[in-house]
Design a binder for this molecule. Sequence first.
Ligand SMILES: [Zn+2]
Length: 71
Amino acid sequence: MSVRRARLPPFKACRKCKSLVPREATRCPVCGSTDLSDDWEGAVIIIDPEKSKIAKTLGLEKPGRYAIKVR
Ligand SMILES: [Zn+2]
């Protein structure tokens, strides 16, 4: 039986657009950047960017799943 490190979240975050992408992805499906980070904090799901204060604060224009902080 193998032991998986459960600490790591199942996502990486794009440093360019803050999208959360699957851990196995090598490229951000939203902006095409390959600059993906394991070091991110806080996840937010934007459904309606027009009406979302968080989306405006973070400068997000498209619905999706985003990290709040990416290092
Ligand atoms: Zn991106």
